[in-house]
Design a protein around this ligand. Structure first.
Ligand code: DC
Length: 232
């Protein structure tokens, strides 16, 4: 049985899974319901990608990338639409969602120096517990002792459709293109050598295809209450 530290009555929740499975929406709502802090680790990889692109550093340029990782300051703050992201004090919340960042981020996420610095930052953010962290390697690598681990999936078509609907009328991309980009990102995230996207053996798998967001959120909140009671 998991033991909570000291008089803490909070747990850490890891939500991993492929792109577009609804992790960030679900994680944010779960955190809201539990009064926990939501941490979107994908945004941190995006922030690094954005900063590197601005400095014309590619994912293969180890030295300049290491230097960037030594000096970068990434801050996450709860915002109107979830979480605002700041790099060295600059608000990059919207900029990190550009297609340019989206198509490159998996290459930066495969870099050892990027992963080790970001993993350390992520662990530091979770030391006091009461965190809902979403990503790809949270249950396996960043927080292997998280009391609750969820692996959230959905079919590639379902995930592409969700993204497509989010883009609305202004979508400058077809559903088929989105589907193949998502499949490509899955392939890169699952195939990389360091901390690939993989379900932790003790994670609970939830397939959100055909489920509403509310249903997914309430099942995770329920599971977290059970885990909390078990850990006391
Ligand atoms: O969740 P997202 O789509 O914003 O993530 C952006 C990219 O970052 C995605 O290609 C996978 C990568 N990522 C990762 O490798 N490890 C994490 N913990 C979070 C994201």
């Amino acid at each position: 049985m998991a033991q909570l530290d000291g008089d803490s009555d909070r747990i850490n929740i890891a939500i991993d899974g492929p792109a577009g499975a609804g992790k960030s929406t679900v994680a944010r709502l779960v955190a809201g319901q539990l009064g926990y802090v939501y941490i979107d680790t994908g945004a941190m990889y995006r922030a690094v990608t954005f900063s590197a692109q601005r400095l014309s550093i590619s994912a293969e340029q180890h030295e300049p990338l290491s230097q960037l990782m030594q000096s970068i300051r990434i801050e996450l703050e709860p915002g109107e639409r979830g979480q605002s992201v700041f790099v060295n004090g600059e608000d990059v919340t919207d900029k990190i969602r550009s297609r340019e960042v989206t198509v490159q981020v998996s290459y930066f996420a495969a870099s050892g120096v990027v992963r080790s610095v970001l993993s350390r930052m992520q662990r530091d953010l979770a030391v006091r517990k009461g965190v809902v962290m979403d990503g790809r390697d949270i249950g396996t690598h960043v927080l292997p002792n998280a009391e609750l681990k969820i692996f959230l999936t959905a079919s590639v078509r379902d995930r592409a459709l969700r993204r497509f609907n989010e883009l609305g009328d202004n979508a400058a991309i077809t559903l088929d293109q989105l589907e193949s980009e998502i499949a490509e990102r899955d392939r890169l995230d699952e195939g990389r050598e360091i901390s690939p996207l993989i379900r932790a053996t003790d994670a609970i798998e939830l397939d959100s295809s055909g489920m509403t967001i509310e249903e997914v959120v309430s099942s995770i909140v329920q599971l977290s209450r059970t885990k909390l009671a078990e850990a006391k």
